[in-house]
Design a protein around this ligand. Structure first.
Ligand code: RIB
Ligand code: CA
Length: 313
């Protein structure tokens, strides 16, 4: 088994928390650092949440590096109406004691890139502000690393590929479309877990699965219940957005992807944050594809991974 070294860039975030449980519950991955970015909640809250999750997991050995407190250009917004005032739903974890690493998100991304090169994969499950800043700071980064896996985008490649924060935009891209545009045009090898599959009814966490997790009656399962109950009750299940990005790295054979040429709308009144897929000519797509978008998931194997690695741990 090849060990995959990752940096987890995150805006915790309820589904980000499940992505933590999956990443640290998977022996295929070693998390070199956690970098935080403003998104679901303020950077201050998200950074605190990241530390709380690492303390819950007993992994205070992993450096937590602070990142962007706002998007590159746009005004700061948040999604507390979904993730709750703390950003971790109904979960209440103790105030963290661990210290932040003194490197910034960009500094640790650059350092680990130079140390690990093609052994390193960046995993971004929040707005792409830190990734864009890292790319601007080191234009060679895209060719130095193995690649970037994101939860982000809505590509209209399945009937569920519409937006969530608007008719056409997915939250992470919408929150910082200028950063997303830089990243999609940086030539970094990209795999995208978009709303096309994360909101697909066959791939979501069902109410029945949620009840199965509740019945486990462990400290870990209780955290998941506290994190997710509000969303599960409100949305009749739970879209496994961020865990899907991590799951791709754990076992890519669970997923089918399609090579696409993608760009990001940064100005449109109705379309800001839209991930626009070039469809006009097969040749253009093949020659100028800049991303692989997940279009199908082996639901049975994906859910087994979630139950084994997230719920049971
Ligand atoms: O659109 C879903 C994404 O936005 C997820 O990463 C969720 O955590 C929020 O950040
Ligand atoms: Ca997130």
């Amino acid at each position: 088994m090849t060990l995959k070294h990752i940096i987890l860039d995150t805006d915790p975030g309820v589904d980000d928390a499940l992505a933590f449980l999956l990443a640290f519950g998977s022996p295929e991955l070693t998390v070199e650092a956690v970098t935080t970015v403003a998104g679901n909640v303020s950077h201050e809250k998200g950074h605190r949440n990241a530390k709380q999750l690492l303390e819950f997991l007993g992994r205070t050995d992993v450096p937590v590096c602070g990142g962007a407190v706002r998007p590159l250009v746009r005004q700061l917004r948040h999604a507390e109406e979904v993730h709750g005032e703390t950003g971790l739903g109904g979960a209440s974890l103790p105030e963290p004691k661990m210290k932040s690493d003194n490197r910034s998100a960009v500094q640790v991304i650059h350092q680990k890139t130079d140390e690990l090169g093609k052994e390193l994969t960046l995993v971004a499950v929040g707005p792409l502000t830190n990734i864009a800043a890292a790319v601007v700071g080191d234009p060679e980064l895209p060719s130095k690393v193995n690649g970037l896996v994101i939860m982000g985008g809505a590509f209209n490649l399945t009937p569920y590929g519409h937006g969530n924060v608007s008719a056409v935009a997915e939250f992470n891209v919408w929150h910082d479309p200028d950063a997303a545009k830089i990243v999609f045009n940086s030539s970094i090898p990209m795999v995208c877990a978009g709303l096309d599959t994360t909101t697909h009814p066959d791939y979501r966490l069902s109410v029945e699965m949620f009840k199965e997790i509740e019945a486990l009656g462990t400290r870990r399962s209780q955290l998941i219940i506290d994190l997710c109950r509000g969303i599960v009750e409100r949305f009749n299940g739970f879209s496994l957005h961020d865990p899907m990005a991590v799951a791709y790295l754990v076992d890519p054979t669970i997923f089918k992807t399609r090579r696409c040429r993608v760009d990001v709308e940064t100005c449109g009144e109705l379309t800001k944050g839209m991930t626009v897929v070039e469809r006009r000519h097969h040749r253009i797509v093949e020659e100028e594809a800049n991303a692989e978008v997940i279009v199908e998931v082996d639901a049975k194997r994906f859910h087994r991974l979630i139950m084994d690695r997230v719920a049971r741990g």
